[in-house]
Design a protein around this ligand. Structure first.
Ligand SMILES: Nc1ncnc2c1ncn2[C@@H]1O[C@H](COP(=O)(O)OP(=O)(O)O)[C@@H](O)[C@H]1O
Ligand SMILES: [Mg+2]
Length: 253
């Protein structure tokens, strides 16, 4: 599901770690509102770094990032910059491989924390929405459980609910299922799939083939900090142009 309004625009993103390690080499990425983009590529190619640059968890060395009309240039200095970065982060939900829930808080408390402390919501309002989100991810019965009592799949679903509680306009997923036991992967992918169907704009680094093939609108292949090729899932999986795409797919298929 997509239309033509760009929701995320990254232009000419470069990232160096130190002087020599040029990890992103002029990456461009445009994602439309409601579009689901899957990024694939070998380990070390720069996928996580790109996601982290998009929400300024990592400062790009050069380039411009635009999320939902908030434009931030690498290295620019002005008074409102920190405020702009905070705004951009609020609009950008992120879900990582490690679930990163607060261990001393219940599922519900994890979900209401951001809305109360960052968005300034009233507790009652935050709880009501958190309950809706926990129901949406299928965890109504777990609202008062601590993370240590939840399976990895349940923890990751709480983490997704926690991100959604901030009402992001874009969700970034960085290998959200790669730390899970195989039998728990499906329940997390199912939630991501529903999110895509409901019109969320999604950028996902995931090697879950069902998601890449059947849910993504577009698949992009990264290698050594540049794009190799992009296209519809049909194109990329059935008839890629590039040898490097074929080689990469041969590893994961
Ligand atoms: N904080 C960091 N400091 C130094 N090097 C880093 C850092 N983060 C990532 N890198 C390097 O950047 C490259 C790309 O890493 P990453 O973005 O994690 O790739 P991917 O997610 O595709 O596996 C790797 O060579 C990695 O070692
Ligand atoms: Mg990574």
């Amino acid at each position: 599901m997509k239309n033509s309004t760009p929701m995320v625009k990254a232009a000419n993103i470069h990232k160096f770690f130190g002087r020599k390690n040029h990890v992103l080499k002029g990456i461009d990425l445009e994602v439309s509102k409601g579009e689901t983009v899957v990024i694939l590529g070998a380990s070390g190619s720069g996928k996580s770094t790109l996601l982290r640059c998009i929400n300024f968890l990592e400062e790009p060395t050069a380039g411009t990032v635009e999320v939902d009309n908030i434009v931030i240039q690498a290295g620019e200095k002005h008074r409102d910059r920190d405020k702009k970065i905070l705004e951009l982060r609020k609009r950008t939900g992120m879900c990582f491989q490690a679930f990163n829930l607060f261990p001393h808080m219940t599922a519900l408390e994890n979900v209401i924390e951001g809305p109360i402390t960052v968005l300034g919501q009233k507790k009652r309002e935050a709880v009501q929405y958190a309950e809706e989100l926990l129901e949406w991810v299928g965890l109504t019965e777990k609202r008062d459980e601590y993370p240590s009592c939840l399976s990895g799949g349940q923890q990751q679903r709480v983490a997704i609910a926690r991100s959604l509680a901030m009402k992001p306009t874009v969700m970034l997923f960085d290998e959200p299922t790669s730390a899970l036991d195989p039998e728990l992967v499906g329940e997390v992918v199912e939630v991501m799939e529903r999110l895509a169907k409901e019109g969320m704009t999604i950028i996902a680094v995931t090697h879950e083939l069902h998601f890449a093939r059947d849910v993504a609108d577009r698949v992009m292949i990264m290698d050594q900090g540049t794009w190799v090729e992009e296209g519809t899932p049909e194109k990329i999986f059935n008839n890629p142009d590039e040898m490097r795409t074929r080689q990469f797919l041969a590893h994961i298929l």
